[in-house]
Design a protein around this ligand. Structure first.
Ligand code: SAM
Length: 234
C-alpha cells in the first residue's frame, strides 16, 4: 500500500525546488509565521539533529573527519558539523535548498577558516561519488517507497568508510501518522507523498550490503516521528 501514487525523484525535485522549498524553508527557519503543526515539526527535527550530533560526537572528536550530508536541505546538520571541525560535503537534489544552505552557512560560520566551510553541491544522492568517513542522510527516505530506498541505502553505504546514519519515519506509527499526513503535505503539495519504512526493512537493506546497525534513536513530538539508525560495516 505504501507504493501507491507519485513520490518519484522528478516529483520530489520539483516540489523541493518550488512550493516545498518555500514551505520547508519556513519550517526549518526561525521566523514566527508557522502554524502549530509546523512549529511542532521544527522542534522535532531540531531534536533529530541534536540526537545525530550526539551520536557522532560520542565516538570522538569530529575534527578533520570527512562527512557527506546527503539531502542537506537548508544546512541544519551541515552547520553544526562544520562547527565541530568536520570536513563537510553537503548536497541536495534541489538547487533552491543548496543555495539557501550556502547562505545559512555563510552567515552561521562567519570568521571560521575557509577550509571549514561545507562544500555544497546540487546532486541527487544516487549520483554522489567519493569516499567519506561518515555519510548522513536525514529525513530524505520519507519521500521514497522501500523499493527505491533499498538502492539509495546501498549507494550511500558504498560512499561510507566507517559510519552511515539514516533517519526515516517508522512504520510503527503508521495509523497514527496516516491521520496526519494531510497536515504534513497540505494543498497542492499533497502530490508529494510521505512513505513510512519499517525498521526491519531498513536493517535488511543495510545487511544486504554488509552493514549492521550499532545504535538506534527515536525522535517523537506530536506531529513528527523519526527513527535514527547508525550503521557500521558488519
Ligand atoms: N536532511 C535535511 C535536514 O534534515 O535538515 C533536509 C530534510 S528535507 C525533509 C528532505 C530533503 O531531501 C529536501 O531538501 C530534498 O530536496 C532532498 N531530497 C529528496 N530526494 C533527494 C535525493 N534523491 N537526493 C538528494 N536529496 C534529495
Amino acid at each position: 500500500a505504501e507504493e501507491v501514487g507519485g513520490g518519484d525523484k522528478e516529483v520530489v525535485r520539483e516540489y523541493f525546488t518550488n512550493d516545498g522549498f518555500q514551505r520547508w524553508k519556513k519550517i526549518y527557519g526561525d521566523t514566527d509565521d508557522v502554524n502549530k503543526v509546523q512549529l511542532d515539526i521544527r522542534i522535532g527535527h531540531a531534536k533529530t539533529v541534536e540526537n545525530v550530533m550526539q551520536m557522532l560526537t560520542d565516538e570522538g572528536s569530529l575534527r578533520g573527519v570527512t562527512v557527506c550530508d546527503a539531502g542537506c536541505g537548508t544546512g541544519l546538520l551541515s552547520i553544526p558539523l562544520a562547527k565541530e571541525g568536520a570536513i563537510v560535503s553537503a548536497s541536495d537534489i534541489s538547487a533552491s535548498m543548496v543555495s539557501e544552505a550556502q547562505n545559512q552557512a555563510k552567515e552561521a560560520l562567519q570568521g571560521i577558516d575557509d577550509a571549514q566551510i561545507p562544500k555544497f553541491e546540487v546532486s541527487d544522492l544516487e549520483s554522489l561519488t567519493g569516499k567519506y568517513d561518515t555519510v548522513v542522510c536525514l529525513d530524505v527516505l520519507i519521500h521514497y517507497p522501500q523499493s527505491k530506498a533499498d538502492g539509495m541505502i546501498a549507494h550511500l553505504a558504498s560512499l561510507a568508510e566507517n559510519r552511515l546514519i539514516l533517519s526515516f519515519a517508522p512504520k510503527t506509527f503508521y495509523y497514527d501518522l496516516l491521520k496526519r499526513i494531510g497536515e504534513l503535505f497540505p494543498g497542492p503539495s499533497k502530490a508529494t507523498r510521505a512513505y513510512l519504512h519499517s525498521e526491519a526493512d531498513i536493517e535488511r537493506a543495510l545487511q544486504k550490503v554488509g552493514w549492521k546497525i550499532r545504535k538506534r534513536g527515536l525522535t517523537t513530538t506530536q506531529f513528527y516521528f523519526s527513527r535514527i539508525v547508525e550503521a557500521v560495516p558488519a
